[in-house]
Design a binder for this molecule. Structure first.
Ligand SMILES: [Mg+2]
Length: 390
């Protein structure tokens, strides 16, 4: 079996209004409408000489066409190779940009789409799900949380909480950190959320790096969340502040989680060696694909770090990838089951309609996967054509 053809397709769904980042990022006001102006995705389709097609997705936040170009540049390296040699091909691609900016950013995201498509081919050719290739079914049922509540009118939040509970969730996450100067006000809303959700609900908080370099605010908020009994405290600080995360972990009892903004195993190794986190949340579509994501999860287990894969605002391709990794990983904790988009008024058709999820059932907080070969997904070609960029 040989790779015959590699194609990258950039997709974009215009939003009616360019919205501010739904998080408290530095300069969020000035950068409004740059990243969060469209729902974007790049899918990678790889065909073999015997007619199997594998599909992958690159996490796509800024430029889909830039990612598409990178995939096209490296495609000649792949043609003629056995797609099942995932480790070799990963290393081959990694070597292309060695000492030219290979560690992070667009290049790793492009590699992720390619690597994921190779795993899909391998699974389809063997007639088994990707989790089988990763090492088998360690977790037949996957605990999953609703992601995410966004701070707004408490009446609407109560409705959303009720809807999640009615949908079978016993865990949910709330986004905070929108206004670091008003963290006490936000904590009061979190308290109302906790009170409405009730004792049986596990609640987490996600800051999306909103406290930046302000470790003391991050510490004060962490203490408040801990007092409210929240389960984890996600991305309070800038993603590269390893010492800051270690500082919080040392001073707080609440679990510290991070990882969606990082890229490769060498970078994650620094967090693990520093004892900086309790839960790792890398995203396979950013962290170089399934080959690299598995290594990061495995390495985390050696440091007693639990694995809660990030899925975020990508399509169901990435949602499926994380399900396979979760089914395999012995240190898996909980799955991010996306229930919201950037904008309530403009739902993301790439997340909802590009392909279905290989989920058999979801009840009492746990989901079960279908046993389909490869990733277990089929692209909706009508959606691909409707949103593909020329
Ligand atoms: Mg997050």
């Amino acid at each position: 079996m040989k790779i015959a053809h590699v194609e990258a397709v950039a997709l974009a769904v215009p939003m009616k209004q360019g919205i501010a980042a739904p998080i408290s990022m530095p300069r969020a006001g000035e950068t409004a409408g740059i990243v969060f102006r469209e729902y974007r995705s790049v899918i990678v389709r790889i065909r073999t000489d015997d007619g199997i097609e594998g599909v992958g997705e690159c996490m796509t936040r800024l430029s889909g066409t830039a990612l598409r170009d990178i995939v096209n540049y490296v495609a000649p390296l792949l043609v003629g190779r056995d797609p099942r040699d995932v480790e070799y091909l990963w290393d081959l691609l990694w070597s292309v940009m060695m000492n030219r900016g290979h560690q992070k950013g667009f290049y790793l995201e492009a590699m992720a789409g390619i690597d994921t498509a190779l795993w899909d081919i391998w699974g389809k050719s063997a007639g088994v799900p990707v989790w089988r290739l990763l090492g088998g079914r360690t977790n037949p049922k996957l605990w999953a949380y609703a992601s995410s509540l966004r701070l707004r009118d408490i009446g609407i939040l109560r409705e959303e909480i009720d809807a999640h509970k009615a949908g079978g969730f016993n865990a949910m996450k709330v986004k905070i950190g929108k206004d670091p100067m008003d963290w006490r006000g936000e904590i009061r809303t979190v308290e109302q959320i906790r009170d409405h959700a009730g004792d049986g609900i596990t609640l987490m908080a996600d800051v999306n790096c909103g406290y930046g370099h302000d470790r003391k605010t991050a510490l004060q908020v962490g203490r408040a969340l801990e007092a409210l009994g929240l389960y984890w405290y996600e991305e309070p600080l800038a993603p590269d502040d390893i010492d800051g995360y270690a500082f919080l972990r040392e001073h707080l009892g609440i679990r510290i989680a991070t990882g969606e903004a990082d890229f490769n195993r060498f970078s994650f190794a620094r967090f693990f060696k520093r004892d900086a986190i309790d839960i790792v949340q890398h995203d396979a579509a950013r962290a170089g694909g399934i080959t690299e994501a598995r290594k990061i999860a495995d390495m985390a287990s050696a440091f007693r770090v639990l694995y809660a894969p990030h899925t975020g605002s990508s399509s169901n391709i990435v949602m499926a990838v994380s399900l396979h990794l979760a089914t395999y990983a012995p240190n898996f904790l909980i799955y991010e089951y996306m229930q919201s988009d950037w904008n309530r008024e403009e739902p993301n058709p790439l997340r909802r309609d590009l392909c279905d999820l290989p989920v058999k059932s979801f009840e009492d907080g746990y989901l079960e996967m279908e046993d389909r070969p490869g990733l277990g997904i089929t692209l909706n070609e009508e959606i691909v054509e409707r949103y593909r960029l020329p």
